[in-house]
Every structure is written in structure tokens, then in C-alpha cells.
Design a protein around this ligand. Structure first.
Ligand SMILES: Cc1cc2nc3c(=O)[nH]c(=O)nc-3n(C[C@H](O)[C@H](O)[C@H](O)COP(=O)(O)OP(=O)(O)OC[C@H]3O[C@@H](n4cnc5c(N)ncnc54)[C@H](O)[C@@H]3O)c2cc1C
Length: 382
């Protein structure tokens, strides 16, 4: 058993950390304030190969492993959860199904330009009346000749306002239940496809989120992912692998809050000494460091399982559950350490806390992760 990162992982960790600190950090304040994603990052990151970490070289990716993708997420989320969320929606949710299940023609049309940062991707599963309960989605795609007619509405779509293409889940055969859900690529400008509204959020403000509508939107059958109806298993695999990345991102947010709190605890003087020297504060920081360490160790193990092609549905849910709840606790403790200054927007701890809170909801809520873990143990908890 080897717990060391490989030399390649370490080089990559330093490179992506430097990039995030030098190129993303200066953009954060404005992006959060204006609630707008800094679009210049897509071509810049595309040129550096940061948008296709796990995708094969033949598609323009780096061909790295899942551990590298977790390093990528931890470093980006550490700097800004909002910006990193948009990048995650692009680099994983909106492109993984094309990479893993799409036709070669779909990879050429959508995956290549996405990896280069020339096209922005989004993924639309959630609807106004269906989030956790995927089977309850109402979107329908009816075959008409060589095309499909799509009707429906999608909610909380990350990158919805800026995407060049959106992967949309819709029923092609309602009678088959989940197995009757298919996945389509809908391109910006397609007739009947509209951004209904941009949503204002509590956390993750620099990531743009939208409600989308599809009114008799005509999609060529060439845009049916994998040229096959019935994509639920593909969506499920995309979500399971995505949970590992979100867990790594949550660890990054927690680390940002911990690092800020540790520095503050060494500098802030009360009763004649740095507050970190009070056991009550020092022990909080010791706990925070411990939780982050547990989280990262667990995530690397699940990432390793993904790389070994082992089933890890339960472990991915455990990692997402633990890391996101840990991030909420760590960011909350960081707020406490910052005292009154935690409420001042000139300090970023308030942002870390708002951003961490939402991590327990997106990519499957904590309740849904516990439900999955129970099901994997053979318990019918519903
Ligand atoms: C900022 C943000 C970005 C997002 N980006 C995307 C995106 O890009 N694409 C996309 O498709 N979706 C996206 N989502 C949607 C996200 O995945 C859903 O919000 C999430 O799955 C929960 O669905 P819901 O909000 O409809 O809550 P609901 O499913 O209505 O759940 C409400 C509450 O009930 C609980 N609950 C529901 N069912 C059960 C059950 N069986 N047992 C116990 N408790 C239960 C939930 O845990 C939750 O606490 C995003 C959400 C947010 C907030």
C-alpha cells in the first residue's frame, strides 16, 4: 500500500495550484459581486490542458487518472467554489457522457471543442418538480422522422446562461420508467430552446445558474447521446463519478477556510496572546485539520477504485456525504474563529461558509447519499 502521490501527481498539483492562485484568484471578487463567470478562463484553461484532465489524448485530453482530477478539484474549489463549479459542470457533467458513451461524431463535434475551451457545456437533469426523484422528470422527446421533438423545463442548470450546448435528460419511453430516459445534446440557438431566467443564489455566486425551457425544440437524432435511447445507467455513472470530484472540491473549500482561520488565529491577539493559543481555539483547528485529512484520504481511495474500474457506488456516496458535511462544519468553525470579522465581506470566510452549505444539496443531497448507502447495504429505507 502506497499513500504517496506519484511525482507526476505532485508536479500537476503544484501547476494547478499556481494557476488557481495566479490566474483565478484575482478574478474572484468581481465575479462573485457581479454573479458572472469570467469567460476568459475557458480558452485560457483549454490551452493549458486543464479542461480535459481525464479524457484520452486522442480527444485532446490529458489522459490522467481520477486522482489527478481530484487534485484539480481540490485546488480550484479552494480558490473559488463558484468558478470551480462551472468548470466542473463543463469538464465532467456536460462532457463525461459524450466521452464515455457518445459516438465518435459527437466527440468530434462537442468533446474536442469543449476540451479546447471553445465550447461551453452544461448538464440538465433537474426540473422544477423533480430533483432527487429523477423518475419524476416530465421532459419528453418524441421521435418525428429523423428528429426528436423535445418539450420540458429544466431547473438549476449550472452554465445554463453561457453554455454552447446542454445535455438534456428526457423520456423517450415513459412506460420503461428510469430506463426510458435518454440524453440529448441541445445546441445554443436551437429553435424552441430558451433561457427562461438566470437564478440569483446564496452561494456559488460566480457560477451562473439558470432555468431552461424547451418548447417543441427539434433535435436531430444525431444528437441522441450514443445514438441509443435509454441513458439512465450512463447518467447514473456520470453522477457517481461526479460525486468523487465534488467531495474533493468540498475538501478544497474546507482547506481554504482552515488555512484562513489558522493564520488569523496566529495573528489575532486577545487577553495578551494569539487566540490560537487558547485551547478552545487550538483544539478547533486540530479537529478541522483532522477532518480534512480524513476526507482527502477517503477521496483518494475512492478515486483509486474508479481508476481500478471497481464498483464504488457506496464509497462515492460516503465520500460525498462526509466531505460536504465536513466542509460545512469546518467553514462554520472558521467563522467562529474570525469572530465579528467573519460577518464582514472583506474577509472570504463568509463566502466559504455559504458555498459549503450548498455542497450538501447539489449532486445529490446528503439524505439521498444516505439512501444510496442504505440501499447498497440491502436496506429498503423508503
Ligand atoms: C447551485 C446549484 C447548481 C445545480 N446545478 C445543477 C446542474 O447543473 N444540473 C442539474 O441537473 N441539476 C443541478 N442542480 C440540482 C441539484 O442536483 C438538486 O438541487 C438536488 O438534486 C436536489 O433536488 P431538489 O433541489 O429538487 O430537492 P428535492 O429533491 O425536492 O428535495 C428536497 C428535500 O427533500 C429531501 N428528500 C427528497 N427525497 C428524499 C428521500 N427519498 N429520502 C429522504 N429525503 C428526501 C432532500 O434530501 C431535500 O432535503 C443544482 C443545484 C444547485 C443548488
Amino acid at each position: 500500500m502506497d499513500f504517496d502521490l506519484s511525482p507526476e501527481h505532485r508536479i500537476f498539483q503544484k501547476a494547478i495550484r499556481d494557476f488557481a492562485e495566479k490566474e483565478i484568484s484575482p478574478l474572484v471578487e468581481r465575479a462573485e459581486e457581479e454573479e458572472r463567470f469570467p469567460l476568459e478562463l475557458f480558452p485560457k484553461m483549454g490551452q493549458l490542458g486543464y479542461l480535459g484532465i481525464r479524457y484520452s489524448e486522442i480527444y485532446g485530453g490529458s489522459g490522467a487518472d481520477k486522482i489527478a482530477e481530484c487534485i484539480w478539484a481540490e485546488e480550484l474549489f479552494r480558490i473559488c467554489r463558484g468558478i470551480a463549479t462551472s468548470l466542473f459542470a463543463h469538464c465532467h457533467l456536460g462532457t463525461f457522457p459524450i466521452f464515455a458513451f457518445g459516438t465518435e461524431e459527437q466527440k468530434a463535434r462537442f468533446l474536442h471543442p469543449a476540451i479546447r475551451g471553445e465550447k461551453i457545456a452544461a448538464f440538465a437533469l433537474t426540473e422544477p418538480n423533480a430533483g432527487s426523484d429523477v423518475q419524476a422528470i416530465e421532459s419528453r422527446a418524441v421521435k418525428v422522422g429523423q428528429s426528436y421533438l423535445l418539450r420540458g423545463s429544466k431547473m438549476f442548470v449550472t452554465n445554463g446562461t453561457i453554455a454552447d450546448f446542454v445535455l438534456v435528460a428526457a423520456y423517450t419511453d415513459r412506460s420503461k420508467g428510469l430506463e426510458g430516459i435518454s440524453l440529448f445534446v441541445v445546441e445554443k440557438g436551437a429553435g424552441g430552446f430558451h433561457v427562461s431566467r438566470k437564478l440569483k443564489k446564496e452561494g456559488s455566486r460566480s457560477s451562473e445558474t439558470a432555468q431552461l425551457s424547451f418548447e417543441d425544440c427539434l433535435i436531430s437524432e444525431e444528437n441522441l447521446i450514443g445514438a441509443r435511447e435509454g441513458a439512465f445507467r450512463n447518467i447514473f455513472k456520470t453522477l457517481v463519478e461526479g460525486r468523487v470530484v465534488i467531495a474533493a472540491g468540498a475538501t478544497g473549500v474546507a482547506r481554504a477556510a482552515f488555512e484562513a482561520a489558522l493564520q488569523y488565529a496566529k495573528e489575532r491577539i486577545a487577553f495578551g496572546r494569539p487566540i490560537g493559543n487558547f485551547q478552545a481555539i487550538g483544539f478547533k483547528l486540530a479537529d478541522m485539520a483532522t477532518w480534512i485529512e480524513i476526507s482527502r484520504t477517503m477521496i483518494y481511495r475512492v478515486a483509486w477504485m474508479v481508476d481500478q474500474k471497481r464498483a464504488c457506488t457506496s464509497e462515492a456516496s460516503m465520500a460525498k456525504l462526509f466531505a460536504t458535511e465536513m466542509a460545512e462544519n469546518v467553514t462554520s468553525e472558521a467563522m467562529q474563529i474570525f469572530g465579528g470579522y467573519s460577518q464582514m465581506r472583506e474577509f472570504p470566510v463568509g463566502r466559504y461558509w455559504r458555498d459549503a452549505r450548498q455542497l450538501k444539496i447539489g449532486e445529490g443531497t446528503s439524505e439521498i447519499q444516505r439512501r444510496i448507502i442504505c440501499h447498497q447495504m440491502g436496506l429498503k429505507t423508503d
